[in-house]
Design a binder for this molecule. Structure first.
Ligand code: ZN
Length: 861
């Protein structure tokens, strides 16, 4: 899965050009304590769902057919996960003595115990008004009628909210779905389509899909509605890309790379695409960024972009991530959520491998660098390892440990084994465990068998213990002995959670224009390495091939950094030198950074040069940035604008205003508009009001203006914002409405009379769109008006999987915490004010008294 909560820019992902990652979705019905996969009393062999979604009522009804055989004991009863399902009948050849359906599950008592190994099919008639698992997008909910659709989301534990099942990934079965819909709708599901048939008695079309190879329950998916599609082909694999008709115009942009990604994966992984076909479909207001259902990936509609955004937006990363899951996650699946990295780490890493394949190795390294610096190395205090089973909710596992850190673990294994042996190991891992559930040790065993090495320590330090190493490197040239001395210290705190690391790597010296590599192993707290060299090196590089996930502190003299910056064949060296020069406030470093920003062949180095100039924050670096605005690569242009915006000065404001008005790329305009928010309203108000009313793809310009207004915290924007919401409510998507409501609440949170805003926000609590109701609840929290508490609490249903209820509970908690804080502070403030008042009063009296006396002394006037 790829998520929305870490959304930056448009969709997910940490690389501005891509999309993806972590989302706090997923329901968990586990109890407290350590988590393990549940026991299986039966082997589920086949699941057949015959269902009819009712779009007007947002309900589903039908029959679930479960074919299974008891594993080791005669089976007298069977418990299935079933959340808020209305069960009307249960049938079984062995006879049904009774069944009990609760809010959480369904327990069936058989008339006669079913002997182990006996294949049995039970039939369960049911209906549901799902709060999760199955979602609708209909005109009654405020979506365009022509885009009506419904879809299902399984991971982690949502499938049980729309059909009764054994809802855990340590069980696999073949599956089959018959879905009955109006004849002009499209139905997508897992596997291959067996056919479509019009039922004259109901006027509905029954579409029949069959998934032959067994997969886990959370990968079952159904999407039905008005969809428009494009198709392509890779070998004999049919590739489909579907969107809502209103988005179809831009669909091809997001479908560009799919055949090439599949071709690359088949080569790199060495196992052919394992399923019957591969479809991708966008979902309006999806609950995540993307979801890798077997042969049918669902994607957020926000992955659709207009060409005007150039290379700032792309679906490539999301596409590659979800497709990698078709092998890692779907063909082999983590047995329980503690081993989630076996799904997400692989999907993250293979998406980067595709970047490397498409744009060269530097693109792969740069992706790893961004993951490390932005997402992993910042997590210094976390004591949780990657494999961790003490989570409270399974969604906690979907974080940096499973995604970028898991990806880095694979990268380090690939560096240690070499790409060919690594590929062999991965191929063997997939072949041996195909169509089954895996744990981390399955991977370790194969690596050991294929390489002859032991990987216990590697997995222990990186996967079963927390954190990463912090390395402090010092270099010294000893001229008398012609020795280069390199000192390496591991400075992370070693304790029960974090080990002292064992790290093989190398040091590279550039001597007389030649690269000399020296292997080293770091396995102690401190090492002094001595290397005899013919002459003093011009460049010293630690871990030059970028094989270690570590926070490295290596302070080098300017001259060596400049030498490093000149090396055309060492992108990582230039990148690190560029970052280091951001700490040198010299004219020379500003000049070199400006040159790098405009001339370096790799865009990531140019980005870093812009950022370093920003960091230097003097007149020279501002001038260098201002003179570097003309950049052909939109990503670099965006960064230069962002970095210019960090200088608070009139010249900067002028540039931002010009970019906001004339830049053709909407993403870059939006960046400049957001930055206007730092300046006082008297200098920017008219511009911001104009942009607030500007229409653009995905409301990008209006949302940028909203963000700027929020920063200014000026309540005089209240009326224009309220007007914008009223005028645009039908055009704005849920996220745009939500953001505007939130801004309104923030800028009015200090108002004496919050009634108009409170009334407006409360009005949105009855919006048919769930995402808007959630946003309205959160905005009410931001309004900081204690009178909203009772309204918010009325939305709380204990233990409900409904996101509105969950948002209400979280918001109410925040309000109560704020309220709890208030008395102590207020009492103190009141006392202080009272004291000041009394003192004032006394002073005034004294003064009056004095005046009176003076007047008295002066005698009558
Ligand atoms: Zn994923």
């Amino acid at each position: 899965m790829v998520a929305g909560a870490f959304e930056r820019e448009l969709i997910c992902r940490y690389r501005s050009s891509d999309s993806a990652e972590e989302m706090q979705i997923g329901l968990d019905f586990d109890e407290e304590g350590r988590r393990y996969a549940p026991d299986r009393s039966v082997d589920v062999l086949h699941i057949k769902l015959d269902v009819r979604p009712d779009f007007a009522r947002r309900t589903i009804s039908g029959t679930t057919y479960l074919t299974f055989s008891p594993i080791s004991q005669p089976l007298s009863s069977l418990r299935l996960d079933a959340v808020n399902l209305t069960i009307s009948a249960v049938r079984c050849p062995a006879g049904v003595a009774d069944f009990v359906s609760t809010a959480k599950d369904l327990e069936i008592q058989f008339a006669h115990a079913i002997p182990p190994g006996t294949k049995t099919t039970i039939e369960i008639d049911y209906s549901a008004e799902p709060l999760a698992g199955l979602y609708f997008r209909t005109p009654e909910m405020g979506y365009p009628a022509g885009d009506t659709h419904c879809w299902t989301q399984g991971e982690t534990h949502e499938a049980r909210c729309w059909f009764p099942c054994f809802d855990y990934p340590n069980e696999r079965s073949s599956t089959e779905i018959i879905c009955r819909v109006p004849p002009d709708m499209t139905v997508l599901s897992n596997g291959r389509k067996l056919g479509e048939m019009l039922d004259s008695s109901t006027g509905l079309k029954a579409v029949h899909w069959y998934q032959e190879k067994p997969h886990v329950n959370y990968l079952i998916c159904l999407v039905a509605g008005y969809l428009k599609g494009l198709t392509k082909q890779h070998r004999d694999v049919q590739l489909g890309f579907y969107t809502q008709p209103s988005l179809f115009e831009h669909a091809a942009n997001s479908f560009e790379d799919t055949p090439a990604i599949m071709e690359f994966y088949e080569q790199e992984i060495g196992v052919p695409f394992p399923w019957d076909k591969y479809d991708q479909v966008t979902i309006c207001d999806f609950t995540a960024g993307g979801m890798e259902n077997t042969s049918l990936t669902t994607l957020t509609h926000r992955t659709i972009f207009s060409k005007a955004s150039e290379n700032i937006r792309s679906t490539r990363g999301l596409d590659a991530h979800e497709m990698a899951h078709q092998w890692f996650g779907d063909l082999v699946t983590c047995k329980d959520w503690s081993h989630l990295w076996l799904n997400e780490g692989f999907a993250t890493y293979y998406a980067l491998l595709y970047e490397g394949h498409k744009f060269g190795d530097d693109a792969l390294r740069y992706g790893l660098y961004e993951d490390a610096t932005d997402r992993v190395l910042t997590r210094q205090e976390d004591t949780r390892p990657i494999v961790f089973n003490q989570y409270k909710n399974s969604s906690e596992q979907f974080d940096y440990r499973a995604y970028p850190k898991g990806s880095w673990v694979l990268h380090m294994l690939r560096c240690q084994l070499g790409p060919d042996l690594y590929r062999d190991c991965i191929r063997e891992y997939l072949m041996r465990h195909a169509l089954s559930s895996v744990v981390t040790d399955d991977l370790r065993q194969i690596m050991e068998q294929k390489s002859g090495r032991t990987f216990d320590q590697f997995f222990d330090q990186w996967v079963y213990h927390a954190r990463h190493p912090d390395l402090k490197i010092e270099y010294q040239w000893l001229p008398e002995t012609k020795l280069a001395k390199v000192t390496v210290r591991q400075t992370q705190q070693v304790n029960d959670h974090v080990l002292l690391f064992h790290l093989p790597t190398k040091v590279r010296f550039v001597v007389g224009g030649n690269d000399l590599d020296r292997q080293i192993v770091i396995d102690r707290e401190q090492h002094d390495f001595y290397f005899p060299l013919a002459e003093k090196p011009t460049v010293v590089r630690f871990d030059p091939d970028y094989t270690l996930l570590a926070r490295v502190e290596f302070d080098l003299p300017d001259e060596m950094l400049f030498n490093q910056l000149d090396r055309k064949n060492d992108m990582m060296g230039r990148l690190l030198a560029t970052v280091a020069l951001g700490n040198r406030r010299t004219q020379q470093s500003v000049q070199r950074l400006k040159k790098t920003l405009n001339e370096d062949p790799f865009f990531g180095v140019r980005l870093a040069a812009s950022e370093s100039l920003q960091k230097i924050q003097n007149d020279g670096s501002f001038k260098a940035l201002a003179e570097s605005l003309r950049q052909a690569d939109a990503r670099v242009r965006l960064r230069v604008v962002r970095d210019i915006a960090s200088f608070y000065r009139d010249e900067s404001l002028e540039i931002l205003k010009t970019v906001a008005a004339y830049e053709p790329n909407p993403a870059i305009r939006a960046e400049a508009i957001r930055a206007l928010g730092q300046y006082p309203p008297d200098k920017t108000r008219n511009d911001l009001l104009t942009y607030l009313r500007t229409e653009s793809f995905g409301d990008e310009i209006a949302l940028a203006a909203t963000a700027a207004i929020e920063q200014q915290k000026d309540p005089s924007y209240r009326d224009p914002l309220m007007e914008t919401i009223a005028e645009r409510v039908d055009q704005f998507d849920s996220r745009s409405i939500g953001q505007t409501l939130s801004t309104l609440a923030v800028i009015c949170s200090q108002d004496d009379d919050k009634t108009p805003v409170r009334n407006l926000l409360e009005g949105y609590l009855s919006s048919p769109k769930q995402a808007v109701r959630v946003a309205a609840i959160r905005a009410l929290g931001e309004l900081k008006d204690p009178r909203t508490a009772s309204m918010i609490s009325s939305f709380i249903v204990p233990d409900s999987p409904d996101r509105v209820s969950q948002a209400a509970a979280a918001t109410l908690k925040e309000i109560q915490e704020q309220a709890a804080l208030v008395p102590a502070e207020v009492i103190e403030l009141r006392n202080l004010v009272q004291k000041v008042k009394e003192e004032n009063e006394k002073l005034r009296k004294d003064l009056d008294d004095l005046k009176a006396r003076v007047e008295a002394t002066n005698g009558t006037k």
